[in-house]
Design a binder for this molecule. Structure first.
Ligand SMILES: NC(=O)c1ccc[n+]([C@@H]2O[C@H](COP(=O)([O-])OP(=O)(O)OC[C@H]3O[C@@H](n4cnc5c(N)ncnc54)[C@H](OP(=O)(O)O)[C@@H]3O)[C@@H](O)[C@H]2O)c1
Length: 362
């Protein structure tokens, strides 16, 4: 039996993970965590002794001694758990991309010391991880992250001015939590994924491409030096990458529908409109600056998304808040978790100060 600590158990990823754990005879829950939701009923139903809502996740992980941590917390709050699992050499199935973006350099150093596995749960990164399983680093020319383009693909900047949270929450292909759904609409999600891919696969930013693929059937591709490109295909369903990570390396069976190739599937790709959606290039710049800059990008985005969802910030101002916070925050080296938390706090303060000052305010 593999003992699983499920962090973010009440969220979109968390609920789908529970479904997979329930159906498996090989996986056993040993810990549950959420942000504010009371987990006592869920824990009692599943016979889980270790659970908590909010607070430091490390004591929970230490007490429950998991074989695998599925980090499906949203935002920077997942950082401590990511570092703990990597440092301890406990397999980390990572959905919480913000922690690897913010703490990338610390996380890689912790992984090196701990010697454990880091398995991506993000569908694009899971796809790339699988395409890379039979290749060596020097054979890879580049990786290509696919992006659905979100609900506003093809819109002009002017059309995005009056977008409401309700419109932005209506994602065309994926059912996800509110923060990542807004990130998909602004393309900040793809920006975070570019940085995540840099840390996961050790490629420089110029070898990480982004392409718009509206139907989300091709989850990502790897281009090799001989001209071949390997792709990972399937319906957009997060239970596939979650199951892959939880059962790795066994690739457990799932009851999910196989791809119906004769159903008239067409695979369409388009270049990303970087002018209308500049958060991908801003992420590349933050990634290239290194140090605390990716943490600043992610923190400013979290603040701006929360304000947009609360009806306090226009949609386009999310971009402006991230851009201005990156300009104003010091991109300092990150030596430990404490200095990362300081960088995150400072970036949130700057971003909050920008909320009332953006030019797109209506
Ligand atoms: N959803 C997807 O399809 C998808 C795909 C790829 C990657 N991801 C990534 O996976 C992560 C989770 O996304 P999601 O869509 O599942 O989000 P979600 O539905 O909003 O769920 C977030 C989860 O995090 C918990 N949480 C919040 N703050 C916490 C804290 N301080 N300590 C412990 N738990 C906390 C929430 O608990 P409460 O319910 O109590 O607030 C909830 O269980 C994000 O990083 C996202 O980018 C998601």
């Amino acid at each position: 039996m593999k003992r699983i600590a499920l962090l973010g158990a009440t969220g979109s990823i968390g609920r789908q993970a529970l479904e997979i754990i329930n159906a498996s005879g090989e996986l056993e829950l040993c810990a549950l965590a959420a942000g504010t939701t009371d987990l006592s009923r869920l824990a009692a139903e599943r016979g889980v002794k270790h659970f908590q809502s909010g607070g430091d996740l490390v004591p929970l992980l230490e007490a429950s001694q998991p074989d695998l941590v599925l980090n499906a917390v949203v935002g920077f709050a997942g950082c401590g758990a990511t570092i703990w699992a990597l440092e301890q050499g406990v397999t980390l199935a990572l959905a919480n991309k913000e922690s690897l973006v913010a703490a990338g350099e610390l996380a890689l150093a912790a992984k090196e010391r701990g010697g454990g596995l880091l398995l991506p749960v993000d569908s694009e990164h899971s796809a790339i991880f699988q395409c890379l399983e039979r290749g060596t680093a020097e054979q890879v020319a580049s990786i290509v992250l696919t992006a659905s383009g979100g609900p506003f693909r093809g819109h002009s900047r002017a059309e995005l001015e009056r977008v409401t949270p309700e419109q932005a929450l209506a994602h065309p292909t994926w059912q996800m939590g509110p923060k990542i759904t807004i990130d998909s609409a602004t393309l900040a999600n793809k920006g975070l994924e570019v940085i995540e891919a840099h840390f996961l696969f050790g490629l420089p930013y110029e070898r990480i491409e982004v392409i718009v693929h509206p139907s989300s059937i091709v989850h990502s591709l790897v281009r090799f030096r001989d001209g071949a490109a390997l792709a990972h295909l399937g319906y957009p369903d997060m239970r596939v990458p979650i199951s892959f990570a939880l059962s790795y390396p066994e690739r457990a069976a799932t009851p999910l529908e196989p791809l119906d190739l004769a159903s008239g599937l067409t695979l369409e790709f388009q270049a990303l409109d970087e002018e209308t959606f500049p958060l991908v290039s801003l992420a590349r710049q933050a990634g290239q600056a290194g140090g605390s800059a990716p943490c600043v990008y992610s923190a400013a985005n979290e603040v701006a998304v929360a304000a947009f969802l609360a009806g306090q910030l226009p949609f386009l101002s999310i971009i402006e808040v991230v851009e201005r916070t990156l300009e104003r925050a010091d991109a300092s080296p990150v030596s430990d978790l404490e200095s990362l938390v300081e960088a995150d706090t400072a970036a949130r303060r700057i971003a909050t100060g920008q909320l009332g000052k953006t030019s797109s305010l209506s």
